[in-house]
Design a protein around this ligand. Structure first.
Ligand code: CTP
Ligand code: MG
Length: 234
């Protein structure tokens, strides 16, 4: 069976500050989304790419992809949350897709080797695979206050057991579809797709991620992304 990629790109990018939706902001003159699509299309295993566009911007995204000779990419409008957007992308996959990768448009510089490693692990039989890196900061658990007041620390997890997860996350199609159906039924939230799969009792495994697969979230991340592209051109 074939492998598809769903690229959720429907977010506003609030933390990046005012401007176009994050996926349409440019890096070295090219929209982040175009970088992300090209990064996924470079992977040998990928035979279909579905982009989930801002719900009011599907036409604009269609035109943008056409302008960049990416007319084979399927575009669907997204939803309120990332979870909704991924579900809307999954809904348009043809029947012969057996493996699904889900990749944030906000991780435009993921190296092809990382994509290949995730896809290969799924095809070798792992039902759910996430790329991740060891965390470099010590992480505290706190009693959240949210108003800038000092927050009481409730624990310090052993850092050697923690991993910061990235995308693309890869899944046997039915495993991801079942996890999304369950979450939709039970109305729970999750910050990543693997987190939903974990709740269905399916074993998720981690493979090595890559520092260039970082997520563009805040303005400083744009500076880093431009620097990575400049280094690649050098
Ligand atoms: N995403 C989506 N649909 C949503 C929300 C997010 O498809 N309703 C996508 C984003 O476009 C992004 C990915 O999910 O590619 C990861 O989300 P995040 O980094 O949080 O992006 P935004 O939600 O756009 O940013 P912010 O949270 O700062 O607004
Ligand atoms: Mg968000």
């Amino acid at each position: 069976s074939r492998t598809a990629v769903v690229i959720p790109a429907a977010g506003r990018g609030v933390r990046l500050g005012p401007g176009a939706p994050k996926a349409l902001r440019t890096l070295s003159g090219t929209p982040m989304l175009v970088h992300a699509v090209r990064a996924m299309e470079r992977a040998r295993a990928v035979s279909l790419v579905v982009v989930v566009a801002p719900s009011d911007g599907a036409k604009e995204v269609r035109n943008l992809l056409d302008e960049h000779s990416l007319s084979d990419v399927v575009v669907v409008p997204g939803g309120e949350t990332r979870q909704d957007s991924v579900r809307l992308g999954l809904a348009v996959l043809p029947d012969d897709i057996g493996t699904v990768l889900v990749h944030d448009a906000a991780r435009p510089l993921v190296p092809v080797d990382t994509v290949d490693a995730v896809a290969a692990a799924v095809r070798d039989g792992a039902p759910a695979v996430v790329p991740a890196l060891p965390v470099s900061d010590t992480v505290k658990e706190v009693e959240p206050r949210g108003n800038g007041a000092p927050e009481p620390v409730t624990g310090t997890p052993d850092r050697s057991r923690l991993r910061a997860v990235q995308t693309p996350q890869g899944f046997a199609r039915e495993v991801l579809a079942e996890a999304h159906e369950r979450v939709a039924r039970e109305g729970e939230g999750a910050t990543d797709d693997a987190g939903m799969v974990e709740r269905t009792g399916v074993q998720v495994v981690v493979v090595p991620g890559h520092e260039e697969a970082f997520k563009v979230t805040r303005p400083l991340d744009l500076v880093l992304a431009e620097a990575v592209l400049a280094r690649r051109r050098a």
